[in-house]
Write a protein that binds this ligand. Sequence first.
Ligand code: G3H
Ligand code: 13P
Ligand code: ZN
Length: 333
Amino acid sequence: MVSYKELGLVNTREMFAKAINGGYAIPAFNFNNMEQLQAIIKASAETKSPVILQVSKGARNYANQTLLRYMAQGAVEYAKELGWEHPQICLHLDHGDTFEVCKSCVDFGFSSVMIDGSSLPYEENIALTKKVVEYAHQFDVTVEAELGVLAGVEDDVQAEESHYTKPEEVIDFATRTGCDSLAISIGTSHGAYKFKPEQCTRDPKTGKLVPPPLAFDVLDAIMEKLPGFPIVLHGSSSVPQEYVDTINMYGGNLPDAVGIPEEQLRKAAKSAVCKINIDSDSRLAFTAAVRKVFAEKPGEFDPRKYCGPARDEMTKLYKHKIIEVLGSDGKAE
Ligand code: G3H
Ligand code: 13P
Ligand code: ZN
C-alpha cells in the first residue's frame, strides 16, 4: 500500500472546490508516454495550473500501470525542477470498470479514481460506485462516477446514441453513492469524430462542419438539483482544424473529424463543470507534428527528432487549453 500523499500528489477535493468558486475548470489530460507527460508538466508548471494526469485502461495496457505511476511520481519532482514550488498534480484512473482495478490503483498511489458504471443498469451503477467510494475514502482518494452514456467509444463501452444524464436521478445517485464528482452526458463524446456529418450543419464560407450545441439546459437542470457539486465533462477535445489539415496534407486521412467548439467549453468551465477531459487533441497535435517531420525530412530516423517537435506542439496545445479555454492558469502558485 502506497499513499499518494507520500508521492507529493493531491486528490481532487480542494482543486474542485476552488475551481467551482473561481469559475474555471481543471484540465484532465491523458498520458501514455514520456513525451506527453513532459509536455503536460511543462505546460502546467509554466502556467501554474493545477492538473489531473489521467491513466486509461488502454494506457495501462500500453505502458504498464507500474511504470505510469512511477512516471507520475517523477513528474512531481520534474515540476519542482521547473520552478513550480507547490505543484498540484492529481494522478487519476480514467474509466475504471471494476472494483478490483479501482482498488489496485488506490493501493498503488493514485489520488483519484473514476468508476464508470454508466453502461450498467442504474441500481448496479449505484452499488458498484458505492463500493468503490467506501474503499477509496478510507485512504482519502476521491472518486468520480458517471451517469448517462456518451456516444462513441468508452473503452469497452460502445454506445451508438448518447443518453443524456437525467437530472431527476442525480440527487439520488450522488447521495446514495457518496461520489465526489459526477461525469455527465450532455452531448460530448470521445474521439475525433464526435458528431456524424448529418448531425452538423456546414459553414457556407469554409465548407467545414459545424456541430450542434451541447445540451446546456440539461447541465443547468443538474446544477439546480446539486448546487455546488463538481461536474465532469468527458469527450471534450475540440479537434483543432489546423491539426486535421496538417495530418491530411501529409498523407493522413481524417475525413470530417469534428470536436466541441472552444467557446462551448469556455462556457462550461465557468459553471460547476470543474474537470474537462482532453485526450484526442493531444493525439492530433502529436501526429500532425510527426507527419510533418516525416514529410519534410524523409531521411530522419532519430525518434528524438520527431518526438521532440511533437512534444513541443503538445506543450503549446496544453498551454492554450489552460490559458484560453479552461482558465486554470495561476491557480496553483
Ligand atoms: O476515454 C477515453 C480516453 O481518450 C482514453 O482512450 O482508452 O484509447 O487510452 P484509450
Ligand atoms: P476526447 O476524446 O474528447 O479527448 O476525450 C477524452 C476523455 O474523455 C478521456 O476520458
Ligand atoms: Zn472519458
